[in-house]
Design a protein around this ligand. Structure first.
Ligand code: NAP
Length: 642
């Protein structure tokens, strides 16, 4: 969404900006931009094993040499009128890409990269059809449930394809999770160049990891720029959706904030309700008897004055690790009840603003921002996948699943040991005993240890027995009296599509069918529920910190592909074949058992009550992209229209 400007700055200004660069993606970007592949010096290539470290683990000498080359190349580019060279051949692009990721074989990724780079503004994931061209007379409408990140995306693509739709949103504004979670310290833990739509890139993100307000503004402005607001009905909650095999339509029942109920008919329903929006309150005896103030992190109550109060926080997951450091100094006393400690990935720039020089590079060196996006995509996605997969020959250990995973464990343990070096009493409490990536790896820039080491903070690992009117009682019988209890206890993530009632073919009830164990084909379609499409559905979550927007972009393209299929021919409904769905899920389950999060028996929201990993995609990001590029009609029973 932000344009690239021509370079008019002096050599010194360029040199100063390059001094602030994220170096690993800079030489690939300049090689791509100028066509000068001699910039790709072997001795300056990042080491794939070190890519998670700041500057990809490049040494000071390597950084200085790479910067000098980059400065010369940018000056030449400026002197040449800021005109990019012609696009490189596939062979050259592959060479640049393999260099960028430290030498991995990337031929399979080439078409994905071309899309991801969206260089010079193309949007290669846009629908390839327009309804007016292929089925002008066909009556086909879509209901999208939710105006969060996925719902806005679905609306944008439907609008581009000329397919009539309405988005139903229970809240008063767009943004979904970024609208609802307003707790102090709430921010994205995936760098924004990656956590943003591929076709709506900003080169001017103020922070590397945006805070909630910045992200909410981004999604609000996307709703405006994509001209979606007129398509959204706010404060409209979906109660049920019922399929008619006779009419090949869904009837969607809604209720507005003032209690008015209505029905809407549509040929297809896209559920974009997210996984992380129904707060989970722990099943601790006596929870309702507490007489002080209490709230969940996702329903932060600003009317509760925490200043000087004795505050209990239950949970040390992603949300709590963000808000505890923010409230620790203000409260009178902080009692942190931890059941399982999180692994923390050191991230020095976690709270930092993007420096002026780096911002300048993003907005003046074409493709640098996109190559940076690719660099993040790789080092936080498929590049780390081998490090979290079980090595069957690895001596079975509770604390790691392979040699690389053990290396990660040692590095992360070192970090925690250093952070808590002056508080040896806390070290055994804060160092996890389960493999890295068995639970979500959280980011830290030192604030976690600082919050826990305060004189006014207690880290309590004794399990909770009950909650009384006055506070929290641990199993050792001690009552911890508090004024406020904050639940950082996560979400009912496994209860996909609840509390809506969804009735498919032959009166099938979705929740009875799933029986607490949600599954879908590619996370999108479910047998017996024709023309129902899920975004961020079962098994489309990621543990290592890739971007869920990527999954939604892949999913939405697939859904649009299904609609294209329905509009082009005489068929008006598609229902995924049960054998295709079951076979796919068996493969997913088998692979999830081979991943740290499936092999370890540590608690996590990735597993449902039956212990099955119902959330996570265990394969590469590439594979999800490949499998969702277009639907295979053979995977579906197609039903002709009336
Ligand atoms: P979570 O990761 O599920 O953490 C819940 C915490 O509550 C865990 O520490 C859990 O302990 C604890 N807990 C639950 N029930 C308990 C009980 N009965 N007694 C004691 N402790 C209990 O939830 P979350 O922190 O809200 O995060 C959920 C997900 O949301 C994240 O994994 C992430 O995907 C997303 N998220 C992302 C961001 C971001 O990008 N910035 C921020 C926040 C959330 P156990 O570990 O022992 O189960």
């Amino acid at each position: 969404m932000t344009a690239i400007e021509p370079i008019t700055e002096s050599d010194d200004d360029i040199r100063a900006a390059v001094g602030e660069a994220e170096v690993p993606p800079l030489l690939p970007a300049l090689a791509y931009l100028t066509g000068d592949l001699s910039l790709l010096r072997d001795e300056l290539r990042p080491d794939p094993l070190l890519s998670g470290l700041p500057q990809g683990g490049l040494t000071d000498d390597q950084l200085a040499a790479a910067r000098a080359l980059a400065v010369d190349a940018i000056i030449r580019f400026r002197d040449n009128g800021s005109r990019p060279a012609p696009l490189p051949s596939d062979t050259d692009l592959l060479r640049i890409m393999e260099y960028a990721v430290g030498g991995a074989a990337m031929a399979d990724y080439l078409p994905l990269l071309e899309e991801e780079l969206a260089f010079r503004g193309e949007d290669r994931r846009a629908p390839t059809f327009h309804k007016n061209d292929i089925a002008p007379d066909v009556d086909f409408t879509v209901v999208v449930i939710g105006a969060g990140m996925s719902g806005l995306l679905a609306g944008h693509r439907l609008r581009q394809a000329g397919v009539p739709f309405v988005i139903l949103e229970k809240d008063t504004d767009v943004g979904g999770t970024w609208y609802e979670n307003t707790y102090p310290g709430c921010r994205v833990d995936n760098p924004n160049h990656n956590y943003s739509y591929s076709f709506a890139q900003r080169h001017d993100w103020p922070l590397h990891f945006s805070t909630q307000d910045v992200l909410l503004d981004y999604f609000r402005s996307c709703a405006d720029v994509f001209e979606l607001r007129d398509h959204i009905r706010f404060q409209t909650e979906v109660l049920s959706a019922t399929w008619s095999q006779q009419n090949l339509r869904w009837t969607v029942r809604t209720r507005t904030a003032d209690g008015h109920e209505e029905t809407i008919e549509a040929n297809a329903v896209i559920s974009a309700v997210g996984q992380l929006n129904r707060p989970s309150y722990p099943n601790i005896p006596g929870r309702d008897s507490f007489e002080g103030a209490t709230f969940h992190s996702a329903r932060w109550d600003r009317d509760v004055d925490l200043r000087g109060a004795r505050v209990a926080v239950i949970g040390t997951g992603a949300s709590a690790v963000q808000f505890i450091p923010e409230i620790a100094a203000a409260v009178g006393e902080l009692l942190v009840f931890q059941r399982t400690p999180p692994w923390l990935g050191p991230t020095p720039d976690y709270h930092e603003e993007v420096s002026p020089g780096l911002k300048w590079l993003y907005s003046h060196v074409p493709s640098y921002s996109e190559w940076n996006r690719f660099w993040i995509f790789w080092k936080m996605g498929d590049g780390v996948l081998p490090g979290v997969r079980v090595d069957p020959d690895w001596e079975p250990q509770a604390s790691s699943v392979s040699a690389i995973n053990d290396f990660m464990r040692m590095m992360l343990t070192d970090y925690l040991s250093t952070e808590f070096a002056d508080r040896p009493d806390l070290i055994s409490k804060v160092v996890p005993q389960y493999p890295p990536a068995a639970k979500r790896l959280l980011r830290d820039n030192g604030v976690w240890a600082r919050a826990l080491k305060r004189d006014t903070t207690q880290l309590i690992t004794e399990p909770i027995r009950e909650i009384t009117s006055k506070g929290v009682v641990t199993v050792d019988g001690e009552e911890h009296r508090v004024d406020v209890i904050i639940y950082g206890t996560g979400f009912e993530a496994s209860k996909f599509l609840t509390p809506m009632r969804v009735t498919g073919r032959d009166g099938l009830d979705l929740h009875e069918e799933w029986n607490g164990d949600a599954r879908a084909y590619l996370g999108i379609t479910i047998p017996g529920f024709p023309n129902l499409f899920c975004l961020y559905g079962p098994n489309t979550n990621i543990v290592i910190n890739g971007s869920i927007i990527y999954f939604s972009e892949c999913g939405v393209r697939y859904v649009l592909g299904c609609i294209d299929l329905l509009l082009r021919g005489e068929h008006r409904a598609l229902d995924v074949r049960k054998d295709v769905h079951d076979e796919f899920n068996e493969r997913v389950d088998a692979e999830n058992r081979m991943m740290a999060w499936g092999a370890s028996d540590v608690n996590s929201w990735y597993k449902n009550d039956r212990g099955r990993v119902a959330q996570n995609w265990p394969f590469t990001l590439l594979e999800y992209w490949q499998r969702t590029r277009a639907p295979d009609p053979d995977d579906y029973e197609l039903v002709a229209g009336n």
